[in-house]
Design a protein around this ligand. Structure first.
Ligand code: MG
Length: 633
């Protein structure tokens, strides 16, 4: 039967923790990596009992290394070793032993000998009711492509010997996948999947440190699965990921992400089958289709009574005006054109708890959906449960799921403002326009170990797509950004991580008590007029060094008067394929967040060329703040 499975090696922690995490994420089968047994303090049969209690079937024991094609006396020793593995399998209650291709310098490299060895082993295994799977490692001494492994299995010609197909070894060697269609499905012992980023690196290093779940990397995993399943293969499809970040994260979160990524693979496979009028695979439950996201409905800040006046002054300086007050809570609504900002000063409940951990910060974000009910149903089906907040009488209840660092992500119906009227008393003020038009994008800082997890959440649960990773220099290290965006591009969220203890991202994560929204980018159609107005109202912008403008005049044929105007206002500039981008950053609020204001002219990027300038200017600002604090102490 086709079933999703996960190898214990994907997760961190003890074997008990891994088994429990896999079962909780909905897996019913698991592959045991022998190291996990070696480090387990109990007997193998206790592992079997533990797995049984959790409803998990152990589908394979792996790996047995350096087996085939060895000269004597190593050959004889290998057969003794195999008998001990069989005993272990007996105790574990598993039927399949996976052998990976020999990497030993002593290996003979004669395909006939390898076939004979595997045939003999298969016969020994058959007496005990076991099966053998043979897998090509990309760095195997003589066998490194799946076609070679299949050729050896085919020659050995034993019913209980099959080839193991692994997407990692296949794609890293650029092996063709179309010929897989020729393998009879019952000769495939196991299908393993791993994705990886499309970076140039030797296969072993890429395998040991950068494997990731389907959809987190750049390889066509769904194509691979479609071909493997197309052979008639009817067994487990197992995640096999070696990744330091995965092992450093909670096992439960990794198992959940693994299941999310497989469910999306299943959805894609069934969409292809539906087009070809083939019946759906029973491996995945049907998921509600992603709803369309058409923008950010509101951004919610939490603050305290004492910090609120500074935040409100900043918002008013940017052109926002208070338009409504919550009916039952200490919460105000600020508005400007299509941008809603909620300021929450409650003394208890979710927002206040968030404030105690993170300080004045963005505690929630609401997205506009065409069908929020279906969107939340999909999120729930992918293990993102609904959060319902405390509500007052007659107030709208907006469903939410947990976002980065347990902030909230609300699901709101687009173009339905009645929920605002239910919760808020609108002040008797004229409708307010202003220079800022809409939310352009929101940068989320995330812990390095959580980056792939959030990529999977946005892609799988919300149906977002992703842009290639951007890598930039920070004055104190490196900065990486992966942008997830809604299909129509109305919501764009760069997810940022860093290497280096004093980088802007690391300082943020330290100051902020974890990840979160660091940058709120708002758009205007006249940045120069906006900046002049905001400066007059006391908004402070990030100081950009003069050298930046020298460099700008060397790079672009811009009018000197324009460059001078940008210099005097601290406005940055970028150009791409004929499009132009003007943007500016406010100074950091409590070292936690800042606003960016952008003006786009046929430009669809994020001004990444200017990010190092921004990071350096912010680092200088932070260093200055630290010096001031030290002098005060
Ligand atoms: Mg493998």
């Amino acid at each position: 039967m086709l079933r999703w499975s996960i190898a214990t090696v994907c997760m961190g922690g003890t074997l008990e923790v891994k088994l429990a995490a896999a079962a909780r994420a909905g897996f019913r089968t698991i592959e045991i990596f022998e190291n996990d047994l070696t480090f387990f303090s109990g007997k193998p049969r206790e592992v079997r009992a533990m797995a049984q209690d959790l409803g998990l079937e152990i589908i394979a024991l792996q790996p047995m290394r350096d087996f085939e094609g060895m000269p004597e006396p190593m050959r004889a020793r290998n057969f003794d070793r195999a008998q001990r593995k069989f005993d272990l399998m007996e105790e574990l209650g598993t039927k399949l032993l996976c052998i990976c291709s020999n990497v030993s310098e002593d290996a003979l490299g004669e395909p006939e000998r390898s076939s004979d060895d595997l045939a003999e082993l298969a016969d020994l295994a058959a007496r005990r009711g076991f099966r053998i799977g043979f897998e090509a490692l990309a760095w195997g001494r003589h066998v490194h492509d799946w076609m070679q492994a299949w050729d050896i299995v085919r020659r050995a010609d034993r019913p209980n010997l099959g080839v193991v197909l692994d997407s990692f070894h296949t794609f890293v060697r650029k092996n063709p996948i179309a010929p897989m269609a020729e393998i009879p499905g019952d000769r495939i012992a196991l299908v393993q999947v791993a994705d990886a980023p499309g970076i140039l690196m030797d296969p072993m290093s890429l395998s040991r440190h950068h494997r990731c779940f389907p959809g987190q990397g750049d390889w066509p995993i769904t194509d691979f699965l479609e071909l493997a399943i197309g052979t008639g293969y009817n067994g487990p499809i197992s995640l096999e990921i070696f990744n330091d970040q995965f092992r450093g994260a909670p096992a439960a979160a990794i198992a959940r992400d693994g299941m999310r990524s497989l469910e999306v693979c299943g959805e894609q496979l069934n969409q292809r089958r539906a087009k070809a009028s083939a019946p759906p695979l029973a491996i995945s439950r049907p998921l509600p289709a992603p709803a369309n996201v058409s923008g950010v409905e509101f951004i919610e800040f939490v603050t305290s009574a004492s910090h609120s006046p500074r935040l409100v002054a900043e918002l008013e300086g940017l052109g926002f005006r208070r338009v409504a007050r919550h009916r039952s809570k200490d919460v105000d609504l600020f508005r400007q054109n299509d941008i809603n900002i909620v300021v929450n000063r409650e003394q208890d409940g979710f927002a206040h708890s968030f404030y105690l951990v993170h300080g004045t910060s963005v505690c929630a974000l609401a997205l506009r959906f065409d069908d929020p009910a279906r969107a939340i149903e999909r999120a729930n089906a992918l293990s993102a449960p609904t959060y319902f907040g405390r509500i007052g009488p007659g107030e709208a209840s907006i469903p939410a799921v947990a976002g980065v660092e347990n902030s909230l992500l609300y699901f709101m119906k687009e173009s339905e403002r009645s929920s605002w009227d239910k919760d808020f008393l609108f002040l008797d003020a004229p409708a307010h326009a202003g220079p800022l038009l809409r939310v352009d994008h929101l940068n989320n800082m995330v812990r390095r170990s959580e980056l792939l997890s959030w990529v999977t959440f946005y892609k799988a649960a919300l149906g977002f797509t992703e842009e290639p990773q951007v890598e930039l220099a920070d004055p104190y290290g490196a900065f990486f950004s992966r942008v997830v965006r809604s299909t129509d591009g109305s919501v764009r969220i760069p997810l940022n991580i860093a290497d280096g203890g004093s980088t802007s991202v690391s300082r943020f994560i330290e100051n902020f008590g974890g990840g979160g929204v660091q940058q709120i980018a708002l758009s205007t159609d006249d940045l120069f007029a906006f900046v002049e107005g905001a400066r007059a109202k006391g908004v402070e912008f990030l100081d950009i060094p003069d050298n930046y403008y020298e460099d700008l005049s060397a790079r672009y044929d811009l009018e000197p008067e324009l460059i001078e105007r940008m210099r005097s206002l601290d406005i940055l500039y970028d150009r791409h394929k004929g499009g132009e981008f003007f943007h500016i950053y406010t100074r950091m609020f409590d070292q936690r967040f800042f606003f960016e204001v952008v003006q786009r002219r046929n430009y669809d990027l994020f001004g990444a060329a200017n990010t190092p300038v921004r990071l350096a200017a912010q680092a200088a600002e932070q260093d200055e703040a630290m010096r001031e604090r030290a002098m005060l102490d």
